[in-house]
Structure formats: structure tokens, C-alpha cells
Design a binder for this molecule. Sequence first.
Ligand SMILES: Cc1cc2nc3c(=O)[nH]c(=O)nc-3n(C[C@H](O)[C@H](O)[C@H](O)COP(=O)(O)OP(=O)(O)OC[C@H]3O[C@@H](n4cnc5c(N)ncnc54)[C@H](O)[C@@H]3O)c2cc1C
Length: 392
Amino acid sequence: MPNYTYLIIGGGMTADAAAQGIREGDPAGTIGLISAEPHPPYNRPPLSKGLWKGEPEESIWRKTAATGAELHLARRALGIDVAAHTVTDDRGTVYGFRKLLLATGGTLRRLPLTSDQIIYFRTLDDYRRLRPLAQQNLRFAVIGGGFIGSEIAAALRMQGRDVVMLVPEDGLGARIFPGDLSRFLVDYYRQKGVEMRMGEGMASMDMRAGNCVVRTTRSQEVAAQVVVAGLGILPAVELAEQAGLRVDDGIVVDRFCRTSHADVYAAGDVANFHNPSLGSRIRVEHEDNANTMGRLAGQNMAGKPDSYDHLPFFYSDLFELGYEAVGDTDARLETVADWKEPYREGVVYYLKESRVRGVLLWNTWGQVDAARALIAERGPLTARDLKGRLPQ
Ligand SMILES: Cc1cc2nc3c(=O)[nH]c(=O)nc-3n(C[C@H](O)[C@H](O)[C@H](O)COP(=O)(O)OP(=O)(O)OC[C@H]3O[C@@H](n4cnc5c(N)ncnc54)[C@H](O)[C@@H]3O)c2cc1C
């Protein structure tokens, strides 16, 4: 039986960051990593951005092997026995551990239909399937107007492809952007040549003469040769549930990334943690959180305790527009926009009970720490106080 001082379930960015963090606290303890993917850990953000703009595929690899971790790839952990300190995978291999990290990330939301024709975009293999198709003169239907849908539609259009987006909401990024910005983006995408079908989702799909024919929620038909879906993820908590760990919108962890069992940790997209600046529990599906929390969880596992008080930021690119954002950027909060040039450059503040809870830095760079400091301020703050506050 392989027996490790540290065992990590998951092969994403959090898992890699944790292996690096473990090494900062313990140069000698053995590390095992079990990943359902056939590849070693890699950076996911370039799959919908940099790789479409000419960055080479080799640039995405993380350097997990340099930590000395043994990688068990293309294997799925199926069960954890926390009392025995063992994990069993889908080939029947049993692994022993002293400390375990769950970095299982998210499971894709899928449409309620079975079809091999739909590319649910999350992994390197999804990218490798889509990329050669994007070299051909085909028509692409992109389902969903969140991060992945918006980025993939832009990436495909920038290759000169014919793209139609089906978005159930009235705007793009409607969950985070204020309504006017979200609707501006629809016009912006139209100007870029993307056909935008707003307020319309996918209801079902048929294959006709080699074409995918999508029936929309408004009973319309949209034909395309390739369908790409970006519908978001659900935290992959099944293993944690089965092991009897506390789960509530993700695996619940304390400030040291420990789950309800002292020897089991969780981090990254799957972890639900308390953030002191926001004064609430959150779960974050972004790169900065994966890297920072993963590393800190690894350090904590290796006996270098530190609490996770970091407020992660996230970012995205939409054609020539780009942004960074921090905190709670929920479009349902009160928002105050301070545009230098409307919808091209400016800052949007998200307020709750006269405190800034989130900041969207729209084509405004180098302000993430200043935004964090603003979120940590007790307030009260009004729209008038915020105008001109950032950039500093
Ligand atoms: C295309 C794309 C673009 C993105 N762009 C951005 C961006 O621009 N900015 C940003 O901030 N964030 C971005 N993100 C989000 C960011 O990449 C994620 O937050 C980050 O990858 C989360 O890492 P993770 O390791 O926690 O989870 P995941 O990346 O989901 O990794 C989880 C891993 O665990 C494995 N696994 C799950 N269950 C098991 C099991 N039972 N046994 C074995 N292995 C298992 C999975 O196969 C997977 O390898 C993007 C994500 C995608 C998909």
C-alpha cells in the first residue's frame, strides 16, 4: 500500500500550490497526489485566453514533480476512511496518509440531455478538442454568458469564426456586472460580430445532416456545427460527504483550512471559508484563491500554521476589455459606478449596509490592494465618498 505523509486528492492548481506549500514547511515528508485527469497539474486560465492568443501550450504546465510528489494520474478517489487514514481509488488501490488535502474543485453543470456533440469547457482535453475545430470554417454555438461562455465566444470570434451565443439572462456576466454594463457588453459583442441571442437558453438538441440543431427555450431553432457550454460548476463534495465531513456550499474549513476532521484539509474551488474582511463565509472559484489558499493549506499541513485571511481577486478578458475584481461583486448589491470613460475604463463599487463589499476595476490596473483596503474599511461610505477614490 502506498503510504504518504501527505496525500492530495485533485490535480488542479490548488493541488500543485499545496504540494509547493508542503515543501516550504517539510522538505522530507512524502507527498502523493491522485488526479482524475490524465495530465499533471496545469494552469486553467490560459485555456480560454492566452492559448488562443499565441501562447504555447507548454507554458501552462506547473512544476509539481519538482516537489518530489508522486503523481497517480487518471485515477479517481472513490472513498475516504478517515478513521483508518486511507483513501481508495477506482482501480482498488488503497493509499495511507497522515494528512489529507481535498482539492477536488468543481464538477461541471451539464444540460439535461445526453450528447457527445457538446463540449463542456474546463480541461486541457476540452481545449485540445475545440482548438482544431476552431481552425475550420464552422459555426459555433456557445451556451451561457458567464466567464467561460464569454471568454470562449471571444476566443472563437478572434479566430474569425462564426459564433452565436445563447444566454438565458438579458446581459453578459449578469451575475456580477451592474445591468447597464452587462447590456453594454451585449452590444460590444455584437459589434465584434458575435450573434447574441439574449434571454434564450438551450432546451434540447437534435442532430440533422451532421449539424447540431439547438432548440431554444423560446422554441426557436439555432443550427451550428459545434456547441460549447460554459454553465459553471458545483463544488465536488461527494467524497467529503461520504467521509462524514461538514459540507455547506463546499467543504467547510476553519481559518487553517482544516475540515471538521483534524487531519483532513480542503482548499480551492471546493472549500468554504470565513473571510475576515467580508465578515462572512465564502467559496471562491478563481485562480488567486486556488494558488494562495492551496499553498497555505500545504504549509498548515506541514506544521507551519498560518490563518487564511486573504481576500482573493479575479480577472478576465473580453476582446480588448479586461478587468480585475475583489470581494463580493454580486450584481444584486447596490452599485456605484465611477467611469473615466463609460464602460471602457472606470471602477464599480458594490455596497452593503454602507460598506464597500466588492470592487470591479474595469480596465483599471494595479489597484487590487487599494480595493482590498477599501473593503476592510468599516465605513459608513456613500456614493459621494467613493467617486474618485480609486485609482489611487
Ligand atoms: C477555462 C477556464 C478559465 C479560467 N479563467 C480564470 C481567470 O481568468 N481568472 C480566474 O481568477 N480564474 C479563472 N478560472 C478559474 C480557476 O482556474 C479555478 O478557480 C481553479 O482552476 C480552481 O482550481 P482547483 O484546483 O481548486 O480546482 P479544479 O481546477 O477544478 O481541479 C480539481 C481537480 O481535482 C480532480 N478531481 C476531482 N475529484 C477527484 C477525485 N475524486 N479523484 C481524483 N481527482 C479528482 C479533477 O479532475 C481536477 O483535476 C478559469 C477556469 C477555467 C476552467
